[in-house]
Design a protein around this ligand. Structure first.
Ligand SMILES: COC(=O)c1ccnc(N)c1
Length: 241
């Protein structure tokens, strides 16, 4: 199954980066298909205008609905289809999580709508909701200049979970937030040399004692999660098992 990814933006060149590294390889082996579009291709005036002043006043500009609607018609179509996922990255969106990435990794089509200026006319989102499965998602509590960087981050989080993308899918099991880690943060990692600038690899990791190593790793995950992400812990995690 090939996942088709579309990106609508006034800066489509942001997505050239998807041609390199693992994502580029996935495109080559037909796992994903990437299409970046310039929203201005759906404008009809000499200045290729995509924005206008906000109704009701206020600072900045708002992205006009017309170009988005015409782009949707051409890129996605004019018939409702709930299997198409349309993502609007936005600081006012729902927090994007690993479980959302996991769910999206089985999608056949994902269309990223990258807003600029103060944002997109809300009717674009309402129209999209009437046609497709819409996700307004935030990467965290901060504001970017546009949705492009967020779209790239979401793409990476999703595509790496697509079956066949990662050479060794087992490596996914022990990552932070993965089910295999019970949603805990990943334990600290070490490799050779055993001693480096006076800093040594924890002895337990060199013991060859798998039970002790597993316990050390679990304890470290619980400790890190309690320290850094108390919001992720509950009474169970608070006490290392
Ligand atoms: C324009 O988009 C944003 O500023 C944005 C998107 C997703 N997450 C955020 N925290 C910000």
């Amino acid at each position: 199954m090939t996942m088709r990814l579309d990106y609508l933006s006034i800066f489509p060149a942001y997505f050239d980066v998807l041609d390199i590294s693992l994502l580029g390889k996935a495109a080559v082996n037909g796992l994903v298909e990437v299409h970046a579009h310039d929203l201005r291709d759906w404008t009809h005036d000499r200045h290729r205008t995509v924005d206008d002043t906000p109704c009701g006043g206020g600072a900045g500009m708002v992205m006009k609905p017309d170009p988005w609607g015409e782009a949707f018609d051409e890129i996605i179509g004019t018939e409702p289809d709930s299997s198409v996922h349309v993502i609007f990255p936005s600081p006012s969106g729902a927090p994007f999580t690993q479980s959302a990435a996991q769910e999206l990794s089985s999608a056949v089509r994902i269309v990223f709508c990258c807003g600029r200026y103060e944002g997109i006319d809300h009717r674009v989102i309402d129209y999209a909701r009437s046609m497709w499965t819409v996700h307004e998602v935030s990467l965290g509590d901060y504001v970017l200049n546009g949705g492009e960087v967020a779209a790239l981050a979401i793409t990476e989080a999703v595509v790496r979970l697509v079956p066949g993308f990662m050479g060794n899918p087992e490596s996914l099991a022990e990552e932070s937030f993965s089910a295999g880690q019970d949603g805990l943060l990943e334990y600290p990692l070490f490799t050779r040399p055993v001693s480096w600038r006076g800093l040594d690899v924890p002895e337990v990791l060199m013991s060859g004692h798998h039970g002790r190593i597993a316990k050390w790793r679990r304890d470290e995950s619980v400790r890190l999660t309690c320290e850094r992400r108390p919001d992720l812990t509950d009474s169970d995690f608070g006490v290392p098992h």
